[in-house]
Write a protein that binds this ligand. Structure first.
Ligand code: 5GP
Length: 198
């Protein structure tokens, strides 16, 4: 049985990366999909682990050669999901988690309708503003751009299968793990158990 494609989106400032790391740490059967991006590496990030950091020409070549399941532009940079490693993991029965923005998530859903889409919300929009300004590592104009993007992303949340409110990291992690468990228990996933010779 092939693995599940799990897509998590949520605007900058909802604490998504912390929650995603928590989910990855607690689920050793889950493989993280490492995206390619043209954005510069941040301190502490590792090439090939957080992202494949590539230049524009390389990214354009990946688009041309159809190596990406989806890609999108986000606040001036390109981000995309390499398709081959993802297909390989799914074929081996591993579940794959994508941490991608909304346009990309909706493209994945259009191409792979069985993908499970989870949208992460902050308890309130004011929390997002507080977090983005409080982080201090992003210029105010860029913060405003990210906030505008977050407003638009919120309008797309009803297209997702699940909404997880990150008012507490442990709770958000366990809700996502519960979603994974529930998805695995769906009838369509377990039909083989109904056969007498399984
Ligand atoms: P950051 O620059 O903060 O790491 O990521 C910015 C946004 O890009 C986040 O919302 C993240 O989920 C999204 N992102 C990361 N990788 C991909 C990808 O491969 N495709 C798309 N569409 N978005 C991505």
């Amino acid at each position: 049985m092939s693995g599940k494609l799990i897509v998590i989106s949520g605007p900058s400032g909802v604490g998504k990366s912390t929650v995603v790391s928590g989910v990855m740490a607690q689920c050793d059967t889950l493989q993280f999909s490492v995206s390619a991006t043209t954005r510069p590496m941040r301190p502490g990030e590792v090439d090939g682990k957080n992202y494949y950091f590539v230049d524009h020409a390389t990214f354009q070549a990946m688009i041309r050669e159809e190596k990406l399941l989806e890609y999108a532009q986000y606040v001036g940079n390109y981000y995309g999901t390499p398709e081959a490693p993802l297909n390989e993991a799914l074929a081996q029965g591993k579940d794959v988690l994508l941490d991608i923005e909304v346009q990309g998530a909706l493209r994945v859903k259009a191409r792979r309708p069985d993908a499970v889409l989870i949208f992460m919300l902050a308890p309130s929009f004011a929390d997002i503003e507080k977090r983005l300004y409080g982080r201090g590592d992003t210029a105010p104009a860029l913060v405003e751009e990210r906030l505008n993007r977050a407003r638009w992303e919120y309008t797309q949340a009803p297209n997702y299968d699940y909404l997880v409110v990150n008012d507490n990291v442990d709770k958000a992690v366990s809700e996502i793990l519960a979603i994974l468990t529930a998805e695995k228990c769906k009838t369509a996933e377990r039909l083989s158990y109904l056969k007498e010779d399984n």
